[in-house]
Design a binder for this molecule. Structure first.
Ligand code: PEP
Ligand code: MN
Length: 392
């Protein structure tokens, strides 16, 4: 098959150029026979908790890696991630005296949408991009980058491993403080076979909460169709190209029953444009009367290139975007429902303090195979700042 260019990338809605359709079909079939990873009643429980967020009676913390790695599906690594989520949630809970709904980007965040089908190496050659462990390998090697349908089954197995650690760890904690599993609903041949019946409807059994990314939220596209067909609580990222009409249409498509907790908009505008882009969106959605949760992802709109060629983000811009989000929602009588963060418990150097630092920073511990994450101190600073805003 021919390699897809940017146009093909758009029409195929970020689906990888799988080399072997027959094998892909077999894998789809095999996934259809696997047991659900998540029981349906747990997704209902999450929807009830998100309804409290919609009413302004609780706060969301959603966080984790940009892309999980198969190799990290081990109990010690997973427990560190859960520990970070619990610590940050506890800080919000004690700071505000409100319940916190905690979701990890975990147990299935194995696929990445990409802005371009190729990356360019220093020697001037190009390499198909890494699309997450569920699709291809991160190594800078053309063979590793060939999509492999068998990886979809491995993604299921690793997600099951992570969920098993999550369940074991949960036994030591108050059920009110449970951690839910979320990832981007991106790979249709993975998600579709895992959609299962649930009291009169259907639900995605791969996750508690799934979101549709900025690049695949076409109201007429297959991802929104999939999200509309399931009962799980779902989210949609809203970036700079989202218009008020887009969000109104998405709210009607995804929450026709006007169920509180069903739909979340995750705002990722960029600190330099949120002030003028977000207000018309919030006002248009409020006018529909359709209940939604609003979250701030203050990372994805603030990605810059460092002098060394790394993708990075400045903590200053992240704090500025979160503050603008909070003010814009409050000024319109809406609850700034919480944060969606890319973060890690590991002591990485991936995000810089200020944009000016990006020119010269050396990034000695840049470990992310994809987007730059907040390290523990940076994540704590972001969460504390947001908690202070909500308390004021
Ligand atoms: C992500 O959450 O990793 C992501 C790719 O986000 P977005 O769709 O907002 O760009
Ligand atoms: Mn990302």
């Amino acid at each position: 098959m021919t390699a897809p260019g940017p146009t093909a990338e758009k029409v195929t809605a970020q689906q990888p150029p799988w080399p072997d359709p027959d094998r892909l079909d077999k894998i789809r079939h095999a996934l259809g026979e696997r047991p659900p990873l998540i029981p349906p009643e747990e997704t209902g429980e999450l929807a009830r908790r998100l309804a409290a967020v919609q009413r302004g009676e609780a706060v969301v913390l959603q966080g984790g890696d940009c892309a999980e790695l198969f190799a990290d599906a081990t109990p010690p690594v997973v427990r560190r991630k859960l520990g970070q989520l619990r610590e940050l949630s506890a800080a919000i809970r004690t700071g505000l005296g409100l319940p916190v709904v905690t979701m990890g980007r975990i147990a299935g965040q194995y696929a990445k949408p990409r802005s371009a089908p190729y990356e360019w190496l220093a020697d001037g050659t190009r390499l198909p991009v890494y699309r997450g462990d569920a699709v291809n390998g991160a190594a800078a090697d053309p063979d590793a980058r060939i999509p492999d349908p068998d990886r979809l089954l491995t993604a299921y197995d690793r997600a099951a491993d992570v969920l098993s650690t999550m369940r074991n760890e949960q036994t030591a904690h108050d059920p009110a403080e449970r951690i839910f599993a979320s990832h981007e609903l991106l790979l249709l041949p993975y998600e579709s076979p895992l959609i299962r019946p649930a009291d009169g409807g259907r639900y995605a059994s791969s996750l508690h909460f799934g979101w549709i990314g900025e690049r695949t939220r076409d109201p007429q596209g297959p991802h929104i169709r999939l999200a509309a067909s399931i009962r799980n609580p779902v989210g949609v990222k809203a970036g700079p190209s989202a218009t008020p009409a887009d969000l109104v249409e998405l709210a009607r498509l995804l929450n026709p029953g006007r169920r509180p907790g069903r739909l979340t908009f995750i705002v990722r505008m960029g600190a330099d444009r949120i002030d003028w882009l977000l207000p018309p969106l919030v006002e248009a959605v409020a006018e529909t009367g359709i209940p939604v949760v609003w979250l701030s992802d203050p990372l994805h709109g603030n990605t810059i290139r460092s002098g060394s060629g790394h993708k990075t983000r400045s903590l200053r811009a992240i704090l500025d975007e979160a503050a603008a989000f909070h003010r814009i929602l409050r000024d319109r009588g809406q609850w700034p429902g919480g944060l969606h963060l890319e973060m890690t418990p590991e002591p990485v150097t991936e995000c810089v303090a200020r944009a000016a630092d990006a020119g010269t920073a050396a990034f000695p511990r840049f470990r992310s195979p994809c987007d730059p994450r907040l390290n523990p101190e940076q994540a704590a600073e972001t969460v504390h700042a947001f908690t202070s805003m909500l308390r004021a």
